[in-house]
Design a protein around this ligand. Structure first.
Ligand code: COA
Length: 382
């Protein structure tokens, strides 16, 4: 193809993809000074003006001329907003890469541009699959990929490389014929508040309190799946894992915090939300910091999440029909929370709960149906 004459202009009426021109050099140079751009992409750091010149006047035109790379300038609101490109398409499977400037982020510009580029890959380049890759932690990029229909996300430890340094990488893909729409739920974590406790999302700064709570003798005794000893790095991994689980539709996990000091008092979660056989059920799990025990914190927290679980998805809830809760036989405090929040003991699974010494406890199974709960007053959502 000739550059720029043969570069197709693609538009959805809001965002337009067009050939880059030398007029974009200053904006690209400026955009690449952005720390977010430098953190999540493989651009040279420090980024010099000559890098922008080489990118726009050599690298991108060569891609189009040699049929090896297809990059467009993203035009939004009458100005250059960023770049989206397709590359490495040998054998009909290739990759997408993208970036937009800080001023336009969060307005859906990238998602629109990505959708146009992916359609071009399937319809004009005859690709059968488009791959998206991002460094782990690049949530904005992951969200764009999810909204554009990328699926089957996996994490590859040390799978990515920027400026000679290996980093963990997320990889997902979309194939020809797939809907370019989100697959599965990306749950949000609403703030729920009642009786002096506030349920909110877990933050990295909660790690120390998580470590304290999970190192506690009683927690360690009953929750045998927890690492022992429980290090600060385990707490950090837990927080990151719950956040990732929300994005993949598996779990919603809250920090139970003191409504005044905001200090973490425990954790409550609803997990198994993506159960293949029954996507209308969920399981409740929890633990409390020793500071917070004996003052109805967990009962209050579980009541709040039950109400959220049974609220229809269209109204911002989880649309559950049934909740289940397990407690090792003998864990009186946990069984008490289950009963106090309306759960029914429906069975005892024999020797189903491992102890750390290799022996097993019986496991109590409680359940709660939406129809049991329907008459309870709704929890307060803020
Ligand atoms: C990734 C990037 C291109 C997204 O551009 P954008 O125009 O903001 O994208 P969109 O507005 O279409 O979508 C971004 C979504 O991420 C969400 N988001 C942003 N930060 C987030 C975070 N920390 N956690 C969760 N979601 C986040 C936004 O809310 C938005 O979702 P919504 O529309 O459902 O609210 C932009 O952030 C960027 O240029 N980053 C630097 C370069 C880069 O990372 N490129 C990708 C390399 S793989």
């Amino acid at each position: 193809m000739r550059f720029p004459e043969d570069v197709p202009v693609l538009t959805d009426g809001v965002v337009t993809l067009r050939a880059h021109s030398a007029d974009d050099i200053d904006t690209v140079f400026e955009m690449c000074q952005d720390p977010v751009m430098q953190r999540w992409t493989t651009i040279p750091v420090p980024y010099l003006r000559e890098h922008a010149v080489g990118f726009l006047t050599e690298q991108i035109p060569a891609g189009w001329r040699e049929n090896t790379g297809w990059s467009w300038a993203i035009e939004y609101d009458g100005a250059y907003a960023g770049t989206v490109g397709l590359h490495d398409g040998e054998g009909g499977v290739g990759e997408i890469g993208f970036a937009v400037g800080p001023a336009v982020r969060g307005q859906g510009v990238m998602t629109r541009a990505a959708r146009l580029a992916v359609r071009y890959a399937f319809d004009e380049l005859d690709w059968t699959r488009v791959i998206w890759r991002a460094f782990v932690g690049n949530w904005a990029s992951r969200r764009v990929a999810w909204k554009t229909g990328f699926r089957d996300l996996v994490t590859i430890p040390d799978g990515g490389r920027a400026r000679g340094v290996r980093e963990d990488e997320w990889v997902a893909s979309v194939s020809r014929g797939d809907e370019l729409e989100p697959q599965g739920n990306w749950w949000t974590v609403p703030v729920l508040e009642d009786g002096g406790v506030r349920l909110r999302r877990l933050r990295e700064t909660d790690a120390r309190r998580v470590q304290e709570a999970c190192s506690d003798e009683r927690t360690q005794y009953w929750l045998t799946g927890m690492p022992s000893p429980y290090e600060l790095s385990d707490a950090e991994k837990f927080i990151a894992g719950e956040t990732a689980g929300q994005a993949s539709g598996r779990v919603v996990s809250w920090a139970i915090a003191d409504a005044v000091s905001d200090e973490l008092l425990g954790n409550v979660s609803i997990f198994d939300l993506d159960n293949r056989f029954d996507p209308t059920s969920g399981e409740i799990g929890y633990w409390a910091h020793p500071d917070a025990r004996g003052r109805k914190v967990m009962t209050t927290a579980v009541r709040l999440v039950i109400a959220h679980a049974f609220t229809p998805i269209a109204d911002g809830g989880l649309g559950r029909r049934r909740l289940v809760l397990h407690a090792a036989d003998g864990n009186t405090a946990s069984a008490h929370v289950a009963e106090a929040t309306g759960f029914t003991l429906v069975g005892t699974e024999r020797l189903a709960s491992p102890r750390r010494d290799g022996t097993h406890n019986n496991l109590l199974t409680f359940d709660l149906l939406q129809t049991d709960h329907a008459t309870d007053p709704p929890a307060k959502t803020i």
